[in-house]
Design a protein around this ligand. Structure first.
Ligand code: RIB
Length: 290
């Protein structure tokens, strides 16, 4: 089983032809309210591929919280670790321009997840083969989970997004870390090629349409991006993480898992919304044959 400890957001997505300058008002083309949040997205990416997933996180006692919890349940994710708290459900304002996005997250209820709640669910978390986290929940909770997982010898995959509040001390606790290129440079203050060499088989850097890369201890391994008909890149990184976790938990080698995750991410960008294009295993296998 995979446990995702992370964020649940409602994505408020606006598609626009013209990106406004500072102080300018423009007319947009479309507005959608769709499920998102890096934690929820990664959980759904894994479960759609066939993994068994439980979720630990918080939503508000509001309409968004109810809709987003139902959405996770609809995908057969174990939601018994989701708490309703006295804060508004997290939201993400997403501006989509020329198929690319800019996102502002208001964590709301996500920030209310506590170490006490982790303790309350520890008996179930302790059964995981892998714990996945991102950085849309509190830094104290991430640090606490890393310590507990280290003691219990449970592998952790950390997607350090957004790249704030990352502590370099965490590196020794991680089995896998999956920054994108800019997150990697922001955290380590070094080019990503140097970082992957410092952490062989551990740091996997996603490079958008250029694919992903890691170091195998002897050489840099670059896995090329798969050409996709891009509609919306929101959630591509989350699909990569969920698919990577799924493949690794099904005994794939790191090389095969990164290849699989790369294909899954390429499929995800061909539909609208963070979760809209997340593929099944059959869809990934189909694309591998193309
Ligand atoms: O990675 C994409 C996600 O980032 C969006 O769904 C949004 O909610 C933010 O968390």
């Amino acid at each position: 089983m995979i446990t995702v400890i992370g964020s649940i957001n409602m994505d408020l997505a606006v598609v626009m032809d013209t990106f406004p300058k500072q102080g300018e008002t423009v007319l947009g083309q479309e507005f959608s309210t769709i499920p998102g949040g890096k934690g929820a997205n990664q959980a759904i990416a894994s479960v759609k591929l066939g993994s068994d997933v439980q979720f630990i996180g918080c939503v508000g006692k509001d309409r968004f919280g109810e809709q987003l919890t139902n959405n996770l349940q609809h995908y057969q994710i174990d939601i018994t670790g989701i708490h309703q708290v006295d804060a508004p459900t997290g939201v993400a304002n997403i501006l989509i321009h020329k198929h690319d996005n800019r996102i502002v997250v208001i964590p709301g209820a996500n920030a209310a997840l506590t170490t006490q709640q982790i303790d309350a669910h520890w008996h179930k978390i302790a059964q995981s083969k892998l714990v996945i986290m991102q950085l849309e929940i509190s830094e104290a909770v991430v640090a606490y989970v890393l310590d507990k997982c280290k003691q219990a010898k449970i592998k952790v995959l950390l997607n350090p997004a957004p790249a704030q509040h990352f502590s370099l001390d965490w590196m020794e606790h991680l089995a896998y870390m999956t920054p994108n290129e800019s997150e990697c440079e922001q955290i380590f203050q070094k080019p990503y090629e140097q970082v992957v060499a410092m952490y062989p088989n551990k740091v996997i850097v996603t490079l958008g349409s250029k694919g992903a890369c890691y170091h195998d201890g002897q050489k840099l391994v670059a896995i090329e991006g798969y050409k996709a008909d891009v509609v919306d890149t929101t959630g591509a990184g989350d699909t990569f993480n969920g698919a990577l976790a799924h493949a690794l938990m099904n005994e794939s080698s790191l090389a095969d898992a990164v290849y699989f995750a790369n294909i899954a991410a390429s499929l995800s960008v061909e539909k609208f919304g963070a979760q809209g294009g997340m593929p099944t295993v059959a869809e990934v296998q189909q694309r591998m044959k193309q």
